[in-house]
Ligand binder design. Structure first.
Ligand code: GLA
Length: 347
């Protein structure tokens, strides 16, 4: 079937879109100053199941149990998570997407505020559903930039390009090395025998949004301590990529450790809970561990031998509960393809 005919058939009948979450291996708070990032798409994510609908975008959230309904051009008042729906629809309308509506249900396995980009998984899945409903297409990086703007419009968070770019462009078995200045990227193979463990501290800080914007402003002003983090972090991304490519797994631990310390001391976005989880991960045999994502709460990422990963995850959660009385959640992740990876890209 011709591609265009196939697209029209999909637009007429509806479908489902899965957008994975991402965990960043290294390169934290570097994207908005044009630095390097190295995220992986993982097997948690957000699914939008949709059918065509005339003129309206109606989305029901299984998590929140409510329905958002706006005009297909993004117009109409929206509150709460509905602001993401409105921002995505409005920006796509401005870009030239025909105003075809959808009747959709969104469900997600990404814990909100966990540092695994739950909001980008939502905007990517919604945007792809809207594009498919209108047989309309944007290049993945163009769509990623549009969704970066959607985050700013919906939540006022001046985030970088990493999350939507990774969620769209990632490849199973690989990390995505993205240069946020040139927007060049390549897929870096993950070492055999190493598993990715994410441990969510369960702690969310009110500072998450305002603190992020403040850090970005400090970087833009050239604050020396914040810049020391950015410069050293970009160098660590290069060294982690070199270590992965050389199969030198032992080199990863010290680089992740330095990365975490720099986020804690120079960038000041870690929390006592994240610091403790990182220490516990190393104590229980992690090859490498650091906080991941924007910080002010959220998760750590740890690398461990595949045979040790489950045991390590359980031991860290138990020790954390013993020390803090708090419930952490651990997930041993599989890496997956990004939402825009076509069948030809699948190994
Ligand atoms: C959040 C933002 C990203 C990035 C990270 C920190 O996830 O959405 O753009 O800045 O924080 O690395």
């Amino acid at each position: 079937m011709h591609e265009e005919l196939r697209d029209r058939a999909v637009a007429a009948s509806g479908g489902a879109v899965f957008a994975p979450a991402r965990v960043n291996l290294i390169g934290e708070h570097t994207d908005y100053s044009g630095g390097l990032v190295l995220p992986v798409a993982i097997d948690l994510g957000t699914t939008v199941t949709w059918q065509p609908l005339d003129g309206l975008v109606r989305v029901r959230s299984l998590a929140f149990g409510d329905v958002v309904a706006i005009h297909a051009d993004g117009g109409g008042a929206a509150t709460g998570w509905g602001r993401y729906v409105a921002a995505v629809a409005a920006l796509l309308h401005e870009r030239g997407r025909p105003d075809d509506g959808i009747d959709a249900v969104v469900s997600s396995t990404v814990p909100i505020g966990s540092g695994l980009s739950s909001s980008a998984a939502l905007t990517v899945s919604l945007a792809l559903a809207l594009c498919r409903a209108a047989a309309y297409e944007l290049e993945p990086l163009e769509l990623a930039r549009l969704l970066q703007e959607a985050e700013r419009r919906a939540a006022g968070v001046p985030c970088g390009l990493m999350d939507p770019a990774c969620i769209l462009l990632a490849r199973r078995g690989h990390a995505l090395l993205l240069d946020c200045s040139s927007e060049e990227y390549r897929h870096v193979p993950l070492p055999e025998g190493i598993a990715i463990v994410v441990v969510d501290s369960g702690v969310r800080h009110a500072l998450e949004h305002s603190g992020y914007a403040e850090r970005r402003a400090e970087v833009e002003r050239g604050d020396p301590r914040r810049m020391r983090h950015v410069t050293s972090e970009n160098e660590r991304v290069r060294r982690v990529v070199a270590a992965l490519e050389a199969g030198d797994v032992d080199a990863l631990g010290p680089l992740f450790r330095e990365g975490h310390d720099s986020l804690r001391d120079d960038f000041e976005v870690s929390t006592p809970e994240l610091d403790l989880l990182v220490d516990l991960a190393y104590e229980h045999g992690a090859v490498a561990a650091r906080m991941t994502g924007g910080g002010f709460g959220g998760s750590i990422v740890a690398l461990a031998g595949v045979r040790d990963a489950r045991r390590l995850a359980d031991a860290v959660v138990a020790a954390y509960a013993g020390r803090t009385g708090k419930d952490a959640r651990a997930h041993v992740c599989a890496s997956v393809d990004g939402a825009a990876a076509g069948p030809a890209e699948r190994p």
